[in-house]
Design a protein. Sequence first.
Length: 260
Amino acid sequence: MTASIAHLSDPHLTTGPLGGAPAEGLHRALGRVLTLDPRPDCVVITGDLVDRGRPEEYRALREVIGRFPLPLHLVAGNHDDHGSLLAEFGGTPFMGEGTDTHYAVDHPAFSLVVLDSAVPGSPGGHLGAAQLEWLDKALGRRPDVPAVVCLHHPPIAVGIPFLDGMRLDDGEELAAVLDRHGNVARVLAGHVHRPVTAAFAGSTLVTAPSTHLQSGLALRDVVPGYLPEPAAFQLHLAVGTAWVTHTVPVGHAAATVAAF
């Protein structure tokens, strides 16, 4: 059975005078998703859905994604507010029909397992023992079906010191859980506003670029700053028994986008 997942990240939607560009970036990326043939089974957005966690920002997000015709799953990031996110999207398919910011959705060809690594008031990430125990059980429910684990903060250093200082702080504990399961096809993250790929816990870790602005590739300990590099998203595709990842450009001279 074929399967594919469009992986977007870090739209940082906001309202007011600065709200136009982030909303346009996300809308354009989703429109690009709809031009893929065949279309993906679902879309996941790995956190920093909005910029300041305000209720009106989540209402703006619903304006952008509300009519999108494919299943779309939301992940909390450090810029998100749990209460406001759940007030707008809890109990809907965007959050797995549940009222928690961690949840699992069973697609026919794979399981999508969403974690919440956000820590209120901190740019860094943490999962904690309770959520890792939940993950262990979630991965064991369909052991013969590929699982894709999604969170905002990368669980390893990516070589950008400023961002590595705010990665997931219990990445080793996450790896220990994933090592117990042989069905984890991908670990998807955001936060770094750049495409990064690395081996992790017997699987492959992939971060997606932002649909708005990209982080500078600052390999020394300086603040990277943000660049108007072309936006993009990742397409994770099952090819036979393997999974491969394609980077799909969106900004500048990218392909046609579809309206929705």
